[in-house]
Unconditional design. Structure first.
Lengths: 264, 395
């Protein structure tokens, strides 16, 4: 079996976000970059499948130079091959352009039996790329998967829905977008990190895939980020000191809940 | 906890990509697996033995070696591992130091092929826990005066004596023990748990390294086969060179403790409001202490980075290691003390990590060569005069 995992290298979810430059991008200064946590589930699943059944795991990312650090971490966790499609500046935030690049990269790097990705990168949170890649490749996809069984030529995947579980079967090749709960991702081992140093990362440009990145981000663009705004600052809470006069504090709390918060 | 706020000299750029990945991996593991429980473990005096398989899975034991499928980390990467472990707790770092630098290192350096084959893979997998017996109840800074004796009887050696302050002692499966033979030469022995006459007693009542086991080792006519003697080890220089390895790790580890107390203090002083609902970090006296901590940590990081690169090039000397161990432990001890002051009363309760680090670092400041002994090592290097022995009245 050949597995392909699409990974996004995104700001750490604990980052303090500031808006930079033209007001439509975040300020990348001081940001720590991580493999998207949902993509970690996808990678872990691929590695477990490989360990259980044999095969090869290829990871692909599309983005600027720093993406190779993310790929190196994927190799350290047990991926066998890594492809870095360099670029992403012109197509920033345009899910369809990103999907076109990734789909072309999957085609060039493949064929694969199973393509995995996270249900979303935690960058723009649109949850679009996985399904778009599947459509572009003309393969079925199941999105938001929390349990996966891969058989001969087909898979069974579960997704959680309000109040229940949906079970899908799909023929291979297929794309699966992983959700939290699919597995518990491992830490890379120090041995894996050192072994990963010896694996060369294949570096491609969109042009190597027959794509014109300037056109993808220009005439062919389907969406653009116009403006980012931070949420309004939260007002500080009110603390009632009940130590000296608990009854008075309770009366005041009831008054605030009734008249200020209008909760009762 | 944001750590990026303390990289005033872009130290980050001095590490390679894989060194950063090693550090971030251990950092994430410590954050998830150690931090949520460490105050309770320390309070209860519990060594988290249950973490050993995870540490082995991460390949934390003997990680600088390449043989037996070990990772072959650079010494800078190894140092960063120590830093992150001790950012969690000095006891945890001590465990890994002992296993790697004081048990696997001497076997790899002076052991026979059979000893390596027999013990290294199991030590790496954490199936065997090791300890290192050099210090004795009456011989700490002066280990050459040891009283533990090894007398040869044919193909066996008989050990008698006692070792003290031994990290992992009571839980160890394998003790690297140093003893003098009849000629007065110090030799190394691998004493296995369960050998008749070999017993351990835990040091009770420790206020420091409470999440780590510290014990006495007692040898009463303990018979050790010649096959368990380290064949290539002879003389005090052997255990001392083990200590140089361990001290190297401590020089990084202690800065991890300093990073922990500094960052806790930075967070605390920016959120603790006094005098007109303003953070205490507004005060000049508070800032002076924060700057002191940040400044010394930065200098320490540059020192241990340079030492690591020298070590990777095979050029680090024991004098340099002494200097770094001495400096880092002093910085960490001062940082813990300043952190305690700036946390006010909160600095003495275990809702904050300060008192634990403060008490831990007292041991780290003292073990593996006290601050003063490292001062004398440097003093001898600078002046040519060894000042270890007090002058005697020859009259």
């Amino acid at each position: 079996m050949k597995y392909c995992v699409l990974v996004a290298y995104v700001p750490d979810t604990a980052s303090i976000i500031k808006i930079g430059g033209a007001g439509n991008r975040i300020d990348e200064g001081g940001i720590k970059w991580i493999i998207s946590p949902y993509d970690e589930f996808a990678l872990e699943e691929a590695i477990r499948l490989k360990e259980a059944r044999g095969g090869e795991v290829t990871v692909i990312t599309y983005g600027p130079d720093r993406g190779s650090t993310g790929l190196r971490e994927c190799l350290a966790r047990g991926a066998d091959r890594a492809v870095h499609v360099m670029g992403g500046e012109a197509t920033f935030g345009d899910a369809f352009a990103i999907a076109r690049v990734l789909a072309a990269a999957v085609q060039k790097a493949g064929p694969f039996d199973l393509i995995l990705c996270g249900i979303k990168g935690v960058g723009s949170d649109q949850s679009l790329v996985g399904a778009m890649v599947a459509e572009l490749l003309d393969v079925p996809h199941v999105s938001g998967v929390v349990k996966l069984e891969v058989g001969e030529g087909s898979l069974t995947a579960q997704r959680d829905v309000e109040g229940g579980t949906e079970v899908f079967t799909a023929p291979l090749p297929c794309l699966v977008a992983a959700h939290k709960g699919l597995n518990e991702p491992r830490y890379p081992s120090l041995k894996g990190i050192m072994a990963a140093k010896k694996i060369p990362i294949e570096t491609w440009k969109p042009a190597d895939l027959g794509l014109d990145e300037a056109a993808l981000g220009g005439a062919e663009a389907t969406s653009r980020w116009l403006k980012l705004e931070l949420p309004a600052a939260k007002a500080g809470g009110t603390i009632l000191n009940g130590e000296e006069d608990p009854a008075g504090a309770a009366r005041e709390l009831a008054r605030l809940l009734r008249h200020e918060a209008k909760a009762i | 906890m944001a750590l990026s706020s303390l990289d005033l000299y872009n130290v980050e750029e001095l590490y390679s990509e894989d060194e950063r990945l090693v550090r971030d991996t251990v950092r994430a593991w410590v954050n998830e697996r150690v931090m949520p429980h460490i105050e309770e473990w320390a309070w209860e005096g519990h060594f988290p033995r249950e973490l050993i398989p995870e540490m082995a899975e991460l390949a934390l034991f003997g990680s600088t070696f390449t043989e037996y499928g070990l990772p072959g980390l650079s010494h800078v990467a190894y140092g960063l591992v120590m830093q992150e472990l001790e950012r969690g707790d000095s006891g945890l770092r001590s465990f890994v130091s002992v296993q790697s630098a004081l048990v696997m290192y001497p076997i790899m350096t002076w052991g026979s092929q059979e000893q390596k084959d027999r013990f290294i893979p199991r030590l790496a997998r954490g199936e065997l826990i090791g300890c290192f017996g050099l210090t004795e109840p009456d011989f700490g800074s002066n280990p050459g005066g040891m009283r533990t004796r090894a007398r040869r009887h044919g193909d066996r050696w008989v050990l008698n004596g006692a070792k003290a302050w031994i990290t992992n002692g009571s839980i160890a499966d394998l003790a690297t023990v140093w003893a003098k033979d009849d000629e007065g030469t110090i030799r190394g022995f691998l004493v296995e748990r369960g050998t008749p006459g070999f017993s351990t007693v835990e040091h009770k009542g420790k206020y420091s390294l409470r999440a780590s086991v510290t014990s006495q080792l007692i040898f009463e006519d303990v018979e050790v086969p010649e096959a368990n003697r380290l064949p290539l080890a002879a003389g005090l220089k052997c255990p001392l060179s083990c200590l140089t390895q361990a001290r190297y790790g401590i020089s990084w580890g202690a800065l991890g403790s300093a990073l922990a107390t500094f960052h806790a203090t930075l967070d605390y002083t920016k959120s603790r409001l006094q005098f007109g609902e303003r953070p205490i970090a507004c005060h000049q006296l508070v800032q002076e202490r924060l700057v002191w901590m940040a400044n010394e940590i930065t200098k320490g990081q540059l020192m241990v980075w340079r030492l690591g690169r020298l070590k990777d090039a095979g050029r680090a000397t024991f004098v340099q290691v002494s200097q770094a161990k001495r400096n880092s432990c002093w910085v960490a001890r001062e940082c813990a003390r300043l952190a305690r002051e700036l946390h006010g009363a909160n600095g003495v309760v275990n809702e904050y990590p300060i008192m634990r680090h403060l008490m831990n670092i007292e041991s780290v400041y003292t073990y593996e060569g006290t601050h003063d002994m490292h001062t004398l090592i440097l003093g001898e290097h600078l002046t040519g005069f060894p000042a270890f022995m007090p002058p005697r009245n020859e009259g």
